[in-house]
Design a binder for this molecule. Structure first.
Ligand code: UDP
Ligand code: MG
Length: 317
């Protein structure tokens, strides 16, 4: 028994009363099929559900010793729920999977296979979803495009939270101290050897997605802000452009009108010149904002206090 590798399965749960027994049954079946080489712990993190999920989970935990239950005092969000799960996971690898059955548990074996083949992070990639609404499609396309242009870490389109992490990666992940976190981004930031599994995301069973349109937009914005300094610097760039353009134009007006006595007969008026001067000053203010942004960026980098480096292996110490 104890020579079998332990795999932790982490399931964040928020109001999933109809889905819990479904995902549990399917997980248990899959785990049963792998039982020759592996044992599993199934960690449910109840993220402050307001329905019957907590009771159902407690019953499960009473019946089945493999089920571990973390119950949050209120809703903290999926990202935090995953982090909590990773923190208490004891397995040699951990797999995170949604409770709404959009991530088919039957793929667990494939994740583990890739892991045994040397991948330290195995990422589930969602195949294109035909029934996806246009807004969501366009939205996610724009999000990944923008993110990959302005972000520091490249992210893979349609990469999901359905992931397996090796023990090394879990331990490194647990060192992150930032509060505002998108676990996908952090895992990508960590590096390590990656492999991918492509799957068709099923429709959500029962209940409704916790991430409506507004929440998704918020998530996207916070991804931009936490993984990129570009929005901050944008004001500065804009300022430099405005200042140099209006400065040159103003200079041209002064020379043309006052020094050369208007050889081209432009008849630039006094108020016009004042307008150009104001534009020049606005540009200077924006440039200064950009400068402040650089300092804020520096502070941001110090405050989130990410590890300086991440080590895969040590030898001969
Ligand atoms: N979830 C959670 N806390 C939340 C919202 C969602 O733990 O505040 C869980 C939810 O129970 C599910 C997973 O996170 O297991 C994915 O949620 P959802 O299906 O709402 O998101 P989507 O599939 O749209 O990414
Ligand atoms: Mg879902």
């Amino acid at each position: 028994m104890s020579d079998k590798k332990l795999i932790s399965i982490i399931v964040p749960v928020f109001n999933e009363q109809e889905n819990i027994s479904l995902i549990y049954e399917r997980l248990v079946k899959v785990v049963g099929g792998l039982a020759e080489q592996y044992q599993a712990e199934i960690i449910f993190v109840d993220d402050g559900s307001a329905d019957k999920s907590p009771q159902i989970l407690e019953e499960l935990a009473d019946q089945d010793q493999r089920v571990k239950l973390l119950q949050f005092s209120r809703n903290f969000g999926k990202e935090i729920a995953i982090s909590a799960g990773l923190f208490i996971a004891r397995g040699e690898a951990a797999i995170m999977i949604d409770a709404d059955l959009q991530h088919p548990p039957e793929l667990l074996g494939q994740f583990i296979k890739k892991w045994e083949d040397g991948a330290e992070v195995v990422i589930g990639i969602r195949e294109k979803n035909k029934n996806e609404g246009l807004v969501k499609k366009v939205g996610s396309f724009c999000f990944y495009k923008i993110m990959n242009i302005i972000g520091e870490t490249k992210i893979i389109p349609r990469a999901t939270d359905y992931r397996l992490l090796d023990r090394k990666v879990i331990d490194e992940f647990n060192r992150f101290t930032e509060r505002n976190r998108i676990s996908r981004g952090l895992i990508d930031w960590l590096g390590f050897q990656k492999d991918f599994i492509y799957f068709q995301a099923d429709e959500r069973q029962n209940g409704q997605a916790g991430y409506g349109f507004l929440k998704l937009v918020k998530l996207a914005l916070s991804s931009f802000v936490t993984h990129s300094l570009f929005p901050l610097k944008l004001a500065g760039y804009l300022g430099v452009v405005i200042t140099s353009a209006s400065g040159l134009f103003g200079l041209f007006i002064i020379i043309e009108k006052y020094i050369l006595a208007d050889p081209f007969s432009f008849y630039f008026s006094g108020p016009f010149l004042v307008g150009v001067f104001l534009l020049f000053m606005v540009g200077i203010i924006l440039s200064c904002l950009g400068l402040v942004a650089l300092y804020v960026a520096n502070i941001h980098g110090e405050v989130v206090n990410r590890p300086l480096y991440v080590i895969r292996k040590k030898k001969n110490f």
